[in-house]
Structure formats: C-alpha cells, structure tokens
Design a protein around this ligand. Structure first.
Ligand code: NAD
Length: 437
C-alpha cells in the first residue's frame, strides 16, 4: 500500500518505518525542514533502539522517504496517518490546532479517495471534528476518518509497533476497515487482536489506558511513601501484590513520579474532558496532585539531609531522560529535580547516556554535563539517581566511594538492594524502603 505519515516524531517515524518494513511505500512529511534534511541524508533524528537498522534498510530499498511537501506526500497515498503533536493547551485540554490545521490543508489537496487516520492521542469527538473540517471543502465520498490510537512505549517503540498487544481501530466505514485490516494484519500474525469499534470508543480507549497506568504508578508511589513511614519495604510489598494474577507484576515500580510526553498530558486532557461533560473524575485529580509532589521526592530527601539551602553542595545526577532507552526529556522528573536543586543553590554534575543534548538546550551551562557517570561524581557531595538506565545498575561502588566527598546516594529508582548498600558502606536513601545509614 502507499502510505503518507504526517508528523515525523517518535510516533510518526517509528510507524512510518515499520509500515515500510512490512513492504509498504511510505512517505513521511514534516514541517521541520532541518529534521527532514537530516532524515533525507540518512540520519535518524531520535534515539530509539532498533530503529536505525530498519530506517537504513527501508530508505536504501526505496520504500521510505521524507519530504516537507504535504501535497507530494499524499498524492498517491491510500492511507494518510496524522501523527502530529497534541500538546496541552492553556486550560489543560489537548491542543488540536496541528491536527485540524493539517485536515484543512488536506481538504484543499485531496482529489481521490483516502483513508485518513488519527494516530495522535486525541480527545473524544476529534474524528468527527476532523471529518467536519475535511467536509468543508471535500466531497465525503473522497475520504473516511479513522481513529487508530498508538500504544507504543518509547524505548521499546519498534518492538511494540512490530508486535502490538492489540491494534485499536475506530471507524464506521467498511472501506476504511478493509484498508486498515490489510495494513495491520502482518503485525498480528501471532494472534493478537485487531479490535474494531466506533471512533469515540477508540479515542477513549487510549486515554483510559494511559490514565489507568498513571494511576497504577501513582498508587504504588503512595504505597511507597507510606512504607517509608511504617517501616515496610515496598520491594517486598510489590512482589507480594504483583504475584496475584488479578494484579500482575508489571507497572508496579515506585519512583519519582511519572513523566514523559504522554501520561502527564493525557491524564490532564482526560480530566479536562470530564469537566467539559460535567463529570467530576476525582481519581484523576488526585493522581495529578500526588504526581506533582512525587516529582520532588528526591529533592525533598536531599533537603531533609542538608537543609533547604543547598548553597555549597554539589549533587551528581545520573539519568535525565524520563525513562531508560530514550533521549526524550519531556516532563522528565530529572528536569524538575534540576530546577529545584538549582533554585536551592546546589551545583549539578549530570550524566545521561542519550538525553544530555536535550537537557543542555534547557539549562545550558547552569548544569555541568559529564562524559561518563563517574565524572559526575568528582567532588560531588552526593549522588542522585533519576532514571534507571542499565548502565547504572552494576557500577563500581569502590570508584564511586573514591570520587564522592561522602558515600551518599539518593536513589529515585531503587536500583540497589539495601543489604548491598550496607555491605559497601553507603548512606542510601531510596523510595519506599528504610534508609541505610
Ligand atoms: P513529536 O513531537 O515527537 O512529533 C511530532 C512531529 O510533528 C514533529 O516532528 C513536528 O515537527 C511535526 N509537525 C508539527 N506540525 C506539523 C505539520 N503541520 N505538518 C507536518 N509535521 C508537523 O510527537 P510524538 O511523541 O510523536 O507524538 C505524536 C502524537 O502521538 C501525540 O498525540 C502523542 O500524544 C501521541 N503518542 C505519543 C507516544 C510517544 O510515546 N511519544 C505514544 C503514543 C501516542
């Protein structure tokens, strides 16, 4: 099939590349001309494990190409994906100007039938609004609008896209359903479902899934906070809970709050939708407020130890990305941690395997960025850990002790067993476990 993907970010580039990998011809469009030039020159502009090899193969074999010209991209397309940003607007609701803007452009360009797919995360009713925008200038015989929310996780996006747990497709059109089934069948050969439903339910499914996951993490964060007070160990509690098949083991890890480009904005947008429909979604409001506090957990612990004024203190910071295996720092707890530490007067020596350029773009020389994780400890009073990159899991504790002024670790991701920290002689503060002194 011929596919156009509008918006070549984390979702658009991964989707486009994976559709090319299954034999389709894909043209990706983006308004960011610099990004398009880099991709045309063979450079993958984001870090996502496994993407580069597919990108290289499919561009070389001519199935994947890039342009800034929307008309050129959609001319021969059977299906047009909109993988555009839907950032929070001023009131917290999803800003649909990118989606509706492109829908309007398409309404002036399209001359033959296209299936137009909302891949972005969009509030209930958006497929209808996209339809109405297109219908202003275009006969309704020439298009269908489908809601096809994306569930990939950054860091394992390629794997998730190639083998999705499920594909959700919202449409009332037989023609669009047939096109979408044909496109997605190669991805579900192991029997995972393609679930067809109406557009509104598909749009709601995405928000419900993300909000549930954010709630689950937040619940565990509160259990962890209480564990600290009552002297329980949240790791044990997590094992004990997660072994119940009704609960399950995944997504129960407490930490310094959820972040990333999706959970914070999607929870907020669903809460906003609830308000608009006069429904008081109380759990979501609590989730947002708890997460707001949880993001400050490391800073709070640092201040309890050193006092509110951190002038003269240097903190080594491991991990900046909102989670491992990505360079994405949108709503990353580490960014909030840096802001608060700087405000309290601390100096920061930071290291992240992939995300340092993105953080440099925000803080410039206010933060000292290091070549490797150990350099971040030179002359530091303590280490704080904000992202659980594998490379931090089994460090040389001896070298760490030699470099740090005092062997103190504030661990926002519970990377190390308490007994190990005791044995190695560290003062160790983690989440939901007793302090090792
Ligand atoms: P992104 O910011 O990484 O990418 C968006 C791209 O769209 C950018 O490259 C931007 O230059 C481009 N763009 C903006 N306006 C454009 C226009 N008029 N024409 C062409 N290109 C334009 O965003 P993302 O993370 O890929 O997210 C896209 C959507 O997918 C969002 O709604 C998001 O909520 C949803 N989503 C994201 C993830 C994720 O893990 N990142 C997962 C599932 C769903």
């Amino acid at each position: 099939m011929n596919i156009a993907v509008v918006g070549t970010g984390y979702v658009g580039l991964v989707s486009g590349t994976c559709f090319a990998e299954t034999g389709n011809n894909v043209i990706c469009v983006d308004i960011d001309a610099k990004k398009v030039t880099r991709m045309q020159a063979g450079e993958v502009p984001i870090y996502e494990p496994g993407l580069e090899i597919l990108f290289e193969r499919n561009t070389r074999q001519g199935r994947l190409s890039f342009t800034t010209d929307l008309a050129e991209a959609v001319e021969h397309a059977d299906i047009i994906f909109l993988a555009l940003p839907t950032p929070p607007g001023e009131d917290g609701s999803a800003d649909l100007s990118y989606i509706l803007g492109v829908a309007d452009q398409l309404s002036h360009i399209i001359t033959s039938y296209k299936t137009i797919v909302d891949k972005s995360t969009v509030p209930v009713g958006t497929a209808e609004r996209v339809h109405a925008t297109l219908a202003k200038n275009l006969s309704t015989d020439l298009f269908d609008v489908v809601s096809n929310p994306e569930f990939l996780r950054e860091g394992v996006a390629v794997e998730d896209f190639l083998k999705p747990d499920r594909v959700v497709i919202g449409t009332a059109s037989d023609r669009a359903r047939k096109n979408m089934r044909q496109l997605y069948e190669p991805f579900v050969r192991q029997g995972n479902p393609i679930i067809f439903m109406d557009e509104r339910s598909a749009e709601m499914t995405k928000y419900a899934a993300n909000s549930y996951l954010a709630t689950r993490i937040t619940f565990m964060n509160e259990i962890a906070n209480l564990c600290e007070k009552v002297g329980a160990n949240v790791d044990m509690v997590r094992h004990g809970m997660g072994s119940d098949t009704r609960i399950g083991k995944r997504f129960l890890f407490p930490g310094v709050g959820y972040g990333g480009s999706c959970f914070p904005k999607d929870v907020q947008a669903l809460a906003k939708t609830s308000d608009m429909y006069d429904y008081d979604f109380r759990i979501l409001k609590s989730v947002m407020s708890v997460n707001h506090q949880q993001r400050m957990r490391l800073v709070d612990k640092i201040k309890v130890r050193y006092g509110d004024d951190l002038k003269g203190k240097t903190i080594g910071l491991w991990g900046l990305a909102f989670k491992p295996n990505t360079d994405d720092i949108r709503e990353a707890p580490a960014v909030y941690t840096i802001e608060a530490l700087l405000e309290a007067g601390a100096k920061i020596r930071a290291f992240d395997p992939e995300a340092m350029d993105n953080v440099k773009a925000i803080f410039g020389d206010k933060v000292h960025f290091c070549e490797d994780q150990y350099e971040a400890l030179i002359g530091a009073d303590a280490l704080a850990i904000a992202t659980e990159w594998s490379v931090f899991r089994t460090p040389s504790f001896q070298v760490m002790k030699e470099l740090l002024k005092e062997p103190i670790i504030f661990d926002g991701r519970n990377l190390y067993p308490l007994e190990l920290m005791e044995e190695k002689g560290f003062i160790y503060e983690s989440i939901g476990r007793t302090i090792v002194e």
